[in-house]
Design a protein around this ligand. Structure first.
Ligand code: M6R
Length: 608
């Protein structure tokens, strides 16, 4: 899971590449490197550590040349080190390669290459690629790459340059994401759009099994059998500003504050003149829906938590039984899936390896696949039968926020759409829910106006060693999400519990001063939550509650309460998650953690 940038053209490649890598640090940030072809040699710089190490070095020791590749790494094979950083070179240092993905048969290939006299210097899987390309290189770089990829098993996006083919770069996509950017000043490759937005908005989204030859004057695309491929150029609409921090201290905070707009975008652009939801990329007819007897919602992490709320919405409104599963479990569980199953996948990036594998497994068994994703042209989107794009804009912080709330909006819309087509709800209920959804954007905005309570909670929990989240029903799902957010960016051990389970074991963990965040927004369950709050208070817990405005009993039992605006119970997760995001953000900040790039994590998990 890494970021790749490459350039051929009239500009200095170093500047384009370093600038692009800065936008891709969310894909990996344990080391980085660059290689540029110049005057009959390939000049390389690569270092362990954040991109700033490479940036500082190349500022003082510029690497000139107009053709180059760069990489920001998240280690899979071999610890972060200068040597293991990409680009990797052949022994003669005439060929350089950057790679995102995993070469599954690299050990076999390594042995073969060693027996032919190749010396390996790194512990990476990638290094085999540089040597295989070298082995086949006879003056035509593309031909050598074609031969090399025939030997590779696994997932890879590649950028390859050679000293003896100085005016070109070869790129390959198999499983791992890669785009090609086009401009008058040259052509680009990148793992993601923001890396090249300063230079061009015209891109090709490469498909699996494509090889590209990039020259300053243009690009040619081929399939793995060397047949030319004709592709459509997409014009990217995201602004450069949208892909950068826009004045906020961190991407996460920016993305939290973008939620009102993201929710509005996702919802309002899909309402037709008659006020109904219009889902252009979802072709499920009433007949299709009637043939579906089960829905599986499958995802990872935060996207999975959105799926848990999606289950509640679909079962309540469309009356179709829904099971949820974590993608890494689903794919190996021989799931009971057939042509009457609809698989709904949720993925911000659209590139998560386990989710993609779940998609392929379900398709193999005949299921129809609908995906909810934020990235147009992503692998999951392209392999699905139906797609719902959350128009949240790029999400850069590792901690997912606006993707989650827009995924919830997507689920409500899908559920309403299914329900009205199947006739499982009245028109009145349909419009009651939809009208209420239109108020969510401004309600989120109001929650973001004053964040003093969350800041003060953060100060008080920052030195605690553990914290518990409690909830029931939809609030339990929000508790799971709040807990994940806090643990990933504050490193505090937190766990979420269904409050009714407390007395079956969990309550043993409560002691004097244990912080507990109790989410109690669901009308039918508030009474039960009050009892649970009393139970933990009696054992010494300090309780921060999240409740609905107008509710008067919680404040009598909890130590502190954050109120969310009133809305329909089913929609409350969009609001109740906001304080949990802010508590996580301010705790991370108070602890001096790198909020956007917490340890051991990467934004896009494109390996198993
Ligand atoms: O791109 P995806 O939505 O498929 O990513 C899934 C998870 O890796 C992601 O939600 C992860 O849990 C986030 N770090 C949570 O904030």
């Amino acid at each position: 899971m890494c970021g790749i940038v490459g350039y051929v053209g009239s500009r200095q490649a170093q500047n384009v590449i370093i600038e692009g890598l800065e936008k891709l640090e969310y894909r990996g940030y344990d080391s980085s490197g660059i290689a540029v072809v110049h005057e009959n040699s390939i000049n390389t710089a690569k270092f362990k550590g954040r991109l700033s190490v490479l940036d500082n070095f190349t500022k003082e020791n510029p690497i000139t040349g107009n053709v180059g590749i760069g990489h920001t790494r998240w280690a899979t094979h071999g610890a972060p080190s200068d040597i293991n950083s990409h680009p990797h070179l052949n022994n003669k240092e005439t060929i350089a390669v950057v790679h995102n993905g995993i070469i599954e048969n690299y050990l076999t290939l390594k042995e073969e290459l060693q027996s032919k006299g190749y010396q390996f210097v790194s512990e990476t899987d990638t290094e085999v690629i540089a040597h295989i390309v070298d082995y086949y290189y006879e003056g035509d770089l593309m031909e050598a790459v074609f031969k090399a990829i025939k030997k590779l098993k696994g997932a890879y996006a590649l950028g390859v340059i050679a000293k003896d083919s100085p005016g070109e770069m070869i790129a390959v996509r198999k499983e791992s994401p890669l785009i090609v950017g086009l401009s008058e000043d040259g052509n680009y490759i990148a793992s993601d759009v923001p890396a090249i937005l300063n230079y061009t908005r015209d891109v090709y989204f490469l498909d699996n099994g494509e090889v590209v030859r990039l020259k300053p004057s243009g690009v040619e695309i081929f399939d793995f059998d060397k047949n030319p491929v004709d592709k459509e150029v997409h014009t990217v609409e995201w602004s450069v500003e949208a892909a950068t921090k826009g004045g906020y201290e961190h991407f996460m905070l920016k993305e939290v504050y973008e939620q009102p707009q993201a929710i509005k975008e996702t919802l309002t652009r899909r309402i037709d003149e008659d006020g109904y939801i219009k889902l252009d990329d979802i072709k499920l007819s009433a007949e299709d829906l009637n043939s579906i007897n089960k829905i599986y919602i499958v995802a990872c992490g935060t996207a999975y938590h959105a799926g848990k709320i999606g289950k509640l919405a679909i079962e309540k409104l469309a009356k179709i039984p829904v099971e949820t599963d974590i993608a890494s479990e689903f794919r190996y569980s021989d799931p009971f899936v057939d042509k009457n199953t609809l698989l709904i996948l949720v993925s911000q990036s659209g590139e998560t390896a386990d989710t993609l594998a779940a998609l392929r497994e379900a398709k193999r068994k005949g299921a129809r696949v609908l995906s909810i994703t934020n990235v147009v042209g992503s692998s999951i989107a392209r392999e699905s039968d139906d797609v719902f794009y959350t128009w949240a804009g790029p999400e850069v912080a590792v901690a997912s926020t606006k993707a989650y709330t827009t995924q919830l909006i997507a689920f409500y819309m899908v559920a309403l759409n299914m329900a009205i087509k199947k006739g499982t709800i009245t028109k009145e209920l349909y419009f009651e829910v939809l009208d209420e959804m239109k108020t969510l954007s401004s309600k989120v905005e109001s929650l973001l106006e004053n964040v003093d309570a969350e800041k003060s909670i953060a100060e008080r929990i920052k030195d605690k060693s553990s914290l518990f989240y409690l909830g029931r029903g939809a609030d339990y799902q929000t508790a799971l999400e709040g807990s994940l957010k806090l643990k990933e960016i504050s490193y505090i051990f937190t766990e979420a519990f269904a409050a009714g389970e407390l007395k079956h074991g969990t309550i043993a963990l409560i002691e004097e001063g244990t912080p507990v965040v109790a989410i109690a927004t669901q009308k039918d369950l508030v009474g039960k939550m009050i009892s649970n709050i009393k139970e933990v208070k009696a054992r010494g817990a300090y309780v921060y509650a999240i409740a609905t405005e107008g509710e008067t009993e919680i404040k009598k039992v909890a130590d502190e309460v954050i109120y969310i605006p009133e809305t329909l119970d089913i929609l409350k997760p969009v609001l109740s998650v906001i304080p949990t995001q802010l508590i996580a953000y301010y705790t991370s900040l108070a602890k001096g953690i790198d909020v956007d790039k917490p340890r051991n994590l990467a934004k896009s998990v494109t390996v198993e």
